[in-house]
Write a protein that binds this ligand. Structure first.
Ligand code: SAM
Ligand code: SF4
Length: 331
């Protein structure tokens, strides 16, 4: 029996944030001083995470993404990948990472059963990369990307948050990257999310801008099936491209009607929608397999129809959106 939410949408995808900590401080994700961190006692243990995955898998979850914060800063994450791989019913296991530690971990992750990675890369200019991440070194991220290709964590997808006045001058460079390397470059619209002043108002740009720039440069985007399975990205090729271009537009053309995701935060709260405050802790039910399964279904029964990101309070909602930053929810 598939796992169906209150709106009749089939859910087979669980995204797990294994930590809210990070070795970078991206301007759109958290404030300069970082976030108030979850204490070690309050973070969900790997054993507890595995209990949730087992319950989910019995209900119809088959895809898992391990994310964060930065998943590779949590000790023992390779073992967690191995344990998730062994759970019957899980047939797709991916990770979202900033790539900084991939040189160290890519081989071990592949061996443990990780299928593929999404790597965040918002600039290919060293100084700008350092400014956006507030401390990152571009060469480490690029090296991580090459290592992911080398260890066949395929398809290697790059996540690029498009920011007006910050990286919108690099669109053609990213298109060139997807032409010259087997990389799937996905542009993502800037989301107003979290409690810090995230700069959304100043830097949001709809992704129609990418299509305009590509067309002007004589690089028409031709639609193709999505690499590595379904997802919210519209996928395109460019002439002579080894990789593809993806457009993910949660604001200008949201994809809530086909949403198949459930999220587990680092402290163990199930969230059916990235945007809304609604969340339920798995902790009271963690040792009761049946109750855990019931909770998962309950959370999905109450999943909202759609988010209201970018609405500026004009959509008539009676409840507030979440104040969690992406690093706390798991992007
Ligand atoms: N640390 C990892 C990384 O950066 O890939 C995983 C966690 S990060 C929260 C997951 C994804 O969320 C990244 O691709 C990041 O670019 C995206 N993200 C974070 N804040 C965002 C925002 N305000 N708008 C759009 N995407 C955002
Ligand atoms: Fe860290 Fe990822 Fe957030 Fe950047 S986007 S601060 S790398 S969690």
């Amino acid at each position: 029996m598939p796992l169906i939410d209150g709106q009749g949408r089939k859910h087979d995808y669980l995204r797990i944030s294994v930590t809210d900590r990070c070795n970078l401080r991206c301007i759109y994700c958290m404030g300069e001083e970082g976030i108030e961190q979850i204490t070690h006692e309050n973070i969900l243990s790997y054993e507890e995470i595995l209990k949730v995955v087992r319950a989910g898998a019995e209900l119809g979850i088959s895809k898992i993404r391990v994310t964060g914060g930065e998943p590779l800063v949590r000790k023992g994450v390779v073992d967690l990948i191995g344990s998730i791989t062994a759970i019957p019913g899980i047939n797709d296991l991916a990770m979202t990472t900033n790539g900084i530690l991939l040189d160290k971990y890519a081989a071990k992750l592949k061996q443990a059963g990780l299928k593929r990675v999404n790597i965040s890369l918002d600039s290919m200019q060293p100084e700008k990369f350092n400014k956006i991440t507030r401390c990152g070194k571009l060469e480490q991220a690029l090296s991580g990307i090459n290592t992911a290709i080398e260890f066949n964590l395929h398809p290697v997808k790059l996540n690029v948050v498009l920011m007006k006045g910050i990286n919108d001058d690099e669109i053609l460079d990213f298109l060139e990257l997807a032409r010259s390397k087997p990389l799937h470059v996905r542009f993502i619209e800037y989301m107003p999310i979290g409690d810090h002043d995230c700069g959304y108002r100043d830097h949001y740009l709809p992704l129609t801008y990418i299509e305009e720039i590509a067309a002007k440069a004589g690089l028409p985007l031709t639609p193709v099936p999505l690499p590595g399975g379904a997802g919210p990205a519209e996928s395109y090729t460019i002439p002579g491209g080894q990789g593809t271009i993806g457009l993910i537009h949660p604001i200008s053309k949201h994809f809530c009607d086909t949403c198949n995701r459930l999220r587990l935060t680092a402290e163990g709260n199930l969230k059916a929608c990235l945007y809304w405050q609604d969340e339920k802790s798995v902790k009271p039910f963690i040792d009761d397999h049946k109750a855990l399964k019931k909770l998962i279904q309950e959370v999905l029964n109450n999943k909202p129809v759609e988010h209201q990101m970018g609405c500026d309070g004009k959509c008539g909602s009676l409840k507030p959106g979440s104040m969690r930053s992406m690093s706390k929810t798991g992007g």
